[in-house]
Design a binder for this molecule. Structure first.
Ligand SMILES: CC(C)(COP(=O)(O)OP(=O)(O)OC[C@H]1O[C@@H](n2cnc3c(N)ncnc32)[C@H](O)[C@@H]1OP(=O)(O)O)[C@@H](O)C(=O)NCCC(=O)NCCS
Length: 150
């Protein structure tokens, strides 16, 4: 957490600002319906946002499956990258994982996305395999990463 922004659960009113991050940061952005579904407080989902007094600067979507968590999405507004927004979202999420006793975390990341891979290394993620042609539009492969949390 920083003096500039706080982390809080996402609400329906955040969806337009989340879509701005989706559309500016992801080659295959989620639709409004997908983001709405993610934000709706399903018991196995946890979607948090980083907000300043005037804007939404980052988002993190987690999905719980038994004692594992899947990082569904993480993004920082382009004007706020490199200032620790993503790390503060993950730090806050990881506190919750420890409280829940979640054992392992997994995610997919594009092989070319070295920036996100560097971020994930801080949280103990390591590659265990490759999903060929994972991204439909580009045909790019994804690395499958896992981290032991205990
Ligand atoms: C990846 C992303 C979420 C990082 O967000 P961020 O708020 O800029 O990240 P932070 O400022 O918290 O930095 C965390 C770490 O990311 C890595 N990182 C951040 N900026 C970087 C850069 N310009 N080059 C290389 N690594 C970088 C570093 O490991 C950094 O740790 P450090 O501060 O100890 O060096 C952001 O760049 C983004 O939204 N990218 C597009 C969406 C995306 O790729 N999401 C992940 C999909 S799997």
């Amino acid at each position: 957490m920083s003096a500039e922004w706080i982390i809080r659960p996402a609400e329906r009113r955040d969806v337009p600002a989340i879509l701005v991050i989706e559309e500016s940061q992801f080659p295959e952005p989620w639709s409004k319906a997908m983001v709405l579904d993610e934000v709706s407080a399903a018991p196995n989902r946890r979607y948090s946002v980083a907000v300043t007094p005037t804007s939404l600067v980052g988002c993190l979507g987690l999905m719980f499956v038994e004692d594992e968590v899947h990082v569904n999405t993480i993004g920082t507004h382009p004007e706020w990258e490199g200032r620790g927004v993503a790390r503060s979202l993950l730090d806050e999420g990881w506190n919750e994982l420890r409280a829940r006793g979640t054992r392992r975390a997994t995610l997919e990341v594009a092989v070319s996305n070295t920036r996100a891979q560097a971020l994930y290394r801080h949280y103990g993620f390591a590659p265990v395999g490759i999903r060929k042609n994972y991204y439909q539009r580009s045909g790019e492969d994804a690395l499958v990463l896992w981290a032991d949390l205990l």
